[in-house]
Design a protein. Structure first.
Length: 162
């Protein structure tokens, strides 16, 4: 009985340790993703994220994580990024995300018919003012309704401390 209890306790401790080690990717301070409607991503639909920055001295990368299915019809994906800082400063950018090579082979990690690709949106930036930074993502393709994008997310990763 004591041996069974010790073994069960050991397994639980190892599982907790493994979970804590894998849950924090190197430097990731924020990560969130939103599932896109099965009906598609409409041209006017925004996917929004809010990040509460407390560190005003660190240097960060902002990565957009894209999950698409093999039903996506295009090689690339245009994405509009818009952000607003706590003091109202706005920033907008357009990102071209190449999801497949010239031969139609999907780029990124795959699991069945789902493909995942991280795309660098902003590199080596800082959050100069503590507070909530708001991010909006919108699809920038010519199609009014975009099929095949399953999920879109933002990951903020600290790269160095000043």
């Amino acid at each position: 009985m004591n041996k069974v209890r010790f073994t069960l306790l050991s397994i639980c401790c190892l599982a907790a340790l493994a979970g804590s080690l894998t849950s924090c990717e190197n430097g990731v301070v924020y990560q969130d993703a939103k599932i896109i409607s099965k009906e598609g991503w409409y041209k006017n639909d925004l996917v929004s994220f809010d990040y509460s920055a407390t560190d005003t001295t660190g240097i960060y990368d902002i990565i957009v994580d894209i999950r698409n299915t093999d039903k996506y019809e295009y090689q690339n994906f245009w994405l509009f990024l818009h952000s607003v800082s706590p003091d109202g400063i706005e920033y907008s950018d357009t990102l071209e995300c190449v999801l497949a090579d010239n031969y139609g082979h999907w780029i990124g990690k795959s699991s069945g018919s789902m493909y995942e690709l991280p795309v660098m949106a902003l590199s080596e930036i800082s959050f100069p003012k503590a507070g909530t930074y708001h991010f909006d993502l919108a699809q920038g393709m010519r199609a009014d309704t975009l099929q095949g994008i399953h999920e879109i997310g933002i990951r903020i990763k600290q790269t160095k401390k000043e």
